[in-house]
Design a protein around this ligand. Structure first.
Ligand SMILES: NC(=O)c1ccc[n+]([C@@H]2O[C@H](COP(=O)([O-])OP(=O)(O)OC[C@H]3O[C@@H](n4cnc5c(N)ncnc54)[C@H](O)[C@@H]3O)[C@@H](O)[C@H]2O)c1
Length: 351
């Protein structure tokens, strides 16, 4: 098998699992080079995984061997690095959110088409065993006709554990742009594209105090809503609710439930790859766990990149693709726009 050569830009908190999986788990990827504004981080990654080159971004883009740029920088840097990569003739896979502004996302997707290149975006968790099992359950009619869906991602924020959590409270951050991609990508892959959304937003704390070790005690001004309630109308008529919040200390809400005319499906954490998947139909008294028979239950981050490498070889479209990511980006903006204007937002994208 010919491995596709990958260059990783951004060697921060999330890079470890990509470095590991693209080196050891997937057989069709090879990390040729790493790059970070903080060269020490790139050098550490290169030393740990025996990576040939520690490059600047320009050096990486000039290396003809590198076919795919994996952009693991913070959201504000996503657009410019993806754009430069596409302009340099590289396929690109970017961590979520695809970028901050919707129009920038549209530009990236169009640029990829124009250049005959692929753009892909996290999350790729929907390709894992858990969500794929749910998709099979829905498509095979196990819960009848889906009618509604509920999704809840609520937590106290990330300043207690992330070493550099400031970006979660800057433009491009907030719980919807941070965690919404997992939930919304799962929802649209299970239920199809969305037609319109409504939204309301709030912010319980105007300032946050970092309690993780490196920056303990540092105050962060909150620039974005930290509690977002969204209502979705899918094209197939399903009605959905999503709540994403950094303002909740604890709760008992499910992550995702899909309710159909014949039963209900309890969907596992869309920020992970495995189960459990549970079903309750009108013919059974209690919830039953569905056995998982599909691969990728473990942490398989990078699966979307391995699929992109395969898609390049096979001349097909990658699964965690830019069109889906753009639809999700538009949804996230749509909730905020609806909250700001008091009107429903009609989606302009589909996939
Ligand atoms: N930390 C997590 O658990 C997690 C989980 C899933 C997804 N993500 C996503 O992954 C991305 C990165 O998050 P993180 O937590 O690793 O952040 P981080 O701040 O720990 O790391 C980002 C790295 O990118 C580098 N960087 C920034 N701009 C750059 C540029 N222009 N050129 C080269 N390097 C640059 C920084 O120096 C830093 O080392 C974000 O989009 C985030 O939403 C993070």
């Amino acid at each position: 098998m010919i491995k596709k050569q990958v260059g990783i830009v951004g060697c921060g908190a999330i890079s470890g699992i990509y470095l590991k999986n693209l080196t050891y788990m997937f057989k069709n990827t090879y990390i040729k080079a790493v790059c970070d504004l903080d060269k020490k981080k790139a050098e550490k990654a290169a030393a740990e995984y025996g990576i040939e080159e520690v490059y600047t971004l320009e050096e990486m883009l000039a290396d003809d061997d590198v076919a795919i740029i994996v952009n693991l920088t913070t959201p504000k840097a996503h657009y410019s690095i993806c754009k430069k990569a596409l302009e340099a003739g590289k396929h690109v896979y970017v961590e979520k959110p695809m970028c901050v502004e919707f129009e920038e996302g549209r530009e990236l997707v169009n640029l990829a088409v124009e250049k005959g290149l692929m753009i892909g975006a996290a999350p790729d968790t929907f390709l894992g065993a858990g969500i794929q099992t749910c998709i099979n359950m829905i498509n095979s009619g196990k819960i009848g006709q889906p009618a509604s869906v509920m999704a809840f991602m609520m937590c106290p924020g990330h300043e207690s554990w992330h070493p550099d959590p400031e970006f979660y409270y800057e433009k491009g951050g907030g719980p919807m742009f941070d965690m919404g991609p997992y939930y919304l990508t799962a929802l649209v892959n299970m239920l199809g594209p969305v037609e319109s959304v409504a939204g309301m937003t709030g912010m319980a704390f105007a300032e946050r105090t970092i309690t993780s070790k490196k920056k303990f005690g540092k105050k962060v001004e909150v620039e974005v809503p930290t509690h977002i309630n969204g209502i979705l109308k899918f094209k197939n008529g399903v009605i959905g609710n999503i709540v994403t919040s950094f303002d909740v200390l604890g709760h008992h809400m499910p992550r995702i439930e899909v309710h159909g005319t014949e039963g209900s499906l309890s969907v596992p954490d869309p920020n992970a790859f495995g189960g459990p998947v549970l079903i309750k139909t009108r013919y059974i008294n209690d919830w039953e766990e569905i056995p998982i028979t599909i691969p990728y239950e473990e942490n398989s981050r990078g699966l979307g990149i391995s699929d992109m490498a395969e898609a390049i070889s096979e001349g097909r479209i990658n699964k965690a693709n830019g069109k889906i990511a753009l639809h999700v980006l538009e949804l996230m903006h749509g909730f905020h726009w609806a909250a700001d204007t008091g009107r429903n937002y009609n989606l302009t994208t589909t996939f």
